[in-house]
Ligand binder design. Structure first.
Ligand code: HEM
Length: 234
């Protein structure tokens, strides 16, 4: 893995933007929307990447130069499923943590969530919508609960992509604030006191504090499966 950027610079923004759109261009659900609006040639995409790098340099570094109108640009697109914002964010959040150190990545992710929320409210009268949360099967047996985590003491291992063990379900229970829960590169959920996150066995996931959070993770095991499979790694 190449070294992570600890500070945000024009170069790190450009790297993130290039890597993010490389994945978007091969994503089965997002690529058709972008290709229809931008085109499929590298030339057209170069112009888009240049524009988006200016956008993020403006947002993160205050550098002037972006002259577009994102709300208008998205309004002008043919209607698309509102849950795609959750997918867009999942790819973005993964790219941020794959390219940047935790603090810098968190700054990118917080900005992206707040802009996506604003766009989603504008287009759908709703904050970012997500596909339904996985469910905790009824037969699971409670195993243990972590100590409470606050923004300052969330282990980096939980803030980078990691997996639960076989046979272990997790439930993220919020007592304060909002936490972004990213599952694979396909969905993101904004968790809050009213909205727990369910982690399925072996699911690749990570969390990002969006503000002054406090939460615990409860673990559950399937009593019918062997206990040797039941060690949690989340
Ligand atoms: C499902 C989510 C999204 C989809 C499908 C989407 C799609 C697109 C497409 C197709 C364009 C090109 C429009 C054109 O040139 O005609 C575009 C432009 C843009 N997008 Fe998104 N987008 C999404 C979310 C976001 C989010 C969350 C952000 C920011 C955090 C963002 C930032 C931008 C910007 C800055 C532009 C350029 C706007 C301009 O030309 O003025 N997009 N988007």
């Amino acid at each position: 893995m190449s070294e992570l950027y600890q500070t945000i610079t024009e170069g790190s923004v450009r790297d993130l933007v290039n890597k993010f759109y490389r994945q978007v261009r091969s994503d089965e659900k997002l690529a058709p929307i972008f290709d229809a609006a931008i085109g499929t040639t590298d030339d057209k995409w170069e112009q888009h990447l240049e524009k988006i790098a200016m956008f993020w340099s403006g947002i993160m570094l205050g550098i002037k130069g972006f002259e577009g109108n994102p709300l208008q640009a998205h309004k002008a697109l043919p209607a698309f499923d509102g849950c795609l914002f959750s997918r867009w964010l999942a790819i973005f959040a993964n790219t941020a943590i794959e390219t940047h150190g935790i603090d810098a990545a968190t700054s990118f992710i917080r900005k992206a969530v707040s802009i996506a929320d604003m766009m989603s409210r504008d287009l759908y009268d709703n904050p970012v919508m997500a596909p339904s949360m996985p469910e905790l099967p009824a037969n699971m047996k409670y195993s243990r609960t972590t100590p409470p985590f606050q923004a300052a003491n969330i282990p980096d291992a939980l803030r980078r992509a990691h997996r639960t063990a076989k046979n272990v379900h997790g439930r993220i229970v919020m007592t304060k604030g909002r936490l972004l829960y990213t599952i694979g590169k396909v969905q993101c959920h904004v968790l809050s006191r009213d909205n727990c996150g369910i982690i399925e066995p072996e699911s690749l996931h990570f969390v990002t504090p969006l503000d002054d959070v406090e939460f615990v993770v409860e673990f559950y095991k399937d009593p019918l499966l062997s206990s040797s499979q039941g060690k949690s790694s989340s």
